[in-house]
Design a protein around this ligand. Structure first.
Ligand SMILES: *[C@@H]1O[C@H](CO)[C@@H](O)[C@H](O)[C@H]1NC(C)=O
Ligand SMILES: *[C@@H]1O[C@H](CO)[C@@H](O)[C@H](O)[C@H]1NC(C)=O
Length: 345
């Protein structure tokens, strides 16, 4: 499969494909969500956040993020955007929870807290030319994808490409599923979050943080399907890859006796159908557009870049919410009074 080949060569043997792909170290892990619950301290569930260090509970759309951040945990040093997802917990047989650590993608070892890999794609990952014209996002732009309340395949069906990969090794990319893998994944579980790629051209945000964006009218992003008239502006596809290092929890004797899988999102979802991601744009000036206007690949995409040591130096900002989030400890319930639901079988 070409996707596999591209990633393998790209990640492990140097760049051959044409796309923006970079790693970010962990900025902070805590209960804040300036997009969905701005100003609320703490937010309902735990997130892991990367990007510019001006991240906080408020973050008004008129806030000049590039101007307020003094550093970023991402490799492109002019990218002060914030990217975040929920975090994964392991539920033990006695009902207690522990946060599953993260690991970086191959080739980016040493990033604090594992962090995540971010992509901005003009064309699908396996298209090495990356020539389509796409617009960068505007200052103040933000978006969300997924449904925190989805617990069935049907409820998750309106989203494309919010997936899991059960990783045998660092290069595993095949057999993506929309619910949690049901068996042991030796290297870990990768979460992939892909945002829609058609913008209405007017609104920087919308009440559900999704309505200003759309999937192509027909076909898919991968098949270069046209954007609908309501959302005519073709943007790059933003994708996150987060690897949950489940290796500590791969002992089958510790898994539920009824044969179900033991992982649960920080908001209580045991199915995986509620996979979601948050994005707040914050590239400085035209830095993103300039890169998107060149056919290029990752580290050779120009722009200003920093090394992992500099990314890590920006990581670990002071927490606003001080609480035990189960990093090495065992919690009686998930932070925010969530209990995982009974699996629906
Ligand atoms: C968030 O940052 C803004 C702008 O820097 C600041 O005015 C505000 O007080 C901060 N809010 C919190 C909760 O830290
Ligand atoms: C619950 O299970 C975990 C993992 O097996 C264990 O470390 C912990 O001590 C247990 N806690 C209680 C209260 O039994």
């Amino acid at each position: 499969m070409m996707y596999w080949t591209t990633i393998t060569l790209f990640g492990l043997a140097g760049p051959v494909a044409a796309l923006i792909r970079f790693q970010c170290s962990q900025l902070v892990v805590e209960r804040l969500d300036p997009l969905v619950t701005p100003g609320q301290v703490p937010s309902p569930h735990v997130h892991q956040i990367v990007g510019g260090n001006s991240f906080n509970a408020t973050m008004n759309p008129d806030k000049d993020m590039p101007g307020e951040s003094t550093c970023t945990t991402c490799q492109f040093s002019e990218d002060f955007s914030n990217y975040w997802t929920a975090v994964l917990y392991f539920k033990s047989r006695n009902g207690t929870y522990q946060r599953v650590p993260q690991r970086s993608n191959a080739g980016f070892e040493g990033t604090t807290g594992g962090g995540m890999t971010v992509y901005y794609m003009q064309d699908p990952l396996y298209d090495t030319a990356q020539k389509s014209k796409v617009s960068a996002f505007k200052p103040g732009f933000r978006m969300f994808v997924g449904d925190v309340n989805a617990r069935t395949k049907q409820e998750a069906a309106r989203f494309r490409q919010l997936t899991y990969t059960c990783m045998e090794n660092a290069g595993s990319r095949e057999h993506e599923t929309v619910s949690f893998p049901t068996h042991v994944c030796p290297y870990g579980i990768m979460t992939s979050v892909r945002f829609p790629t058609c913008w209405d051209g007017k609104n920087l945000d919308s009440p559900d943080h999704m309505a200003h964006m759309s999937y192509p009218e027909s076909g898919t992003f991968e098949s270069a399907g046209p954007c609908p008239a309501t959302h005519p502006v073709r943007t790059s596809q933003v994708m996150y890859e987060v690897i949950w290092d489940t290796s500590k929890y791969n002992i089958k004797e510790d898994w539920p006796e009824d044969g179900t899988q033991p992982f649960v999102w920080s908001f209580g979802d045991e199915t995986g159908y509620a996979n979601h991601g948050d994005y707040v744009f914050g590239w400085k000036n035209d830095a993103l557009q300039n890169i998107l206007d060149t056919s290029c690949y990752a580290q050779s995409c120009g722009g200003k870049q920093q090394n992992i040591a500099a990314m890590n130096k920006c990581a670990g900002i002071p927490k606003t919410v001080i609480e035990d989030i189960g990093e090495g400890t065992w919690l009686v319930e998930l932070p925010g009074d969530h209990r995982s639901e009974e699996s629906r079988h």
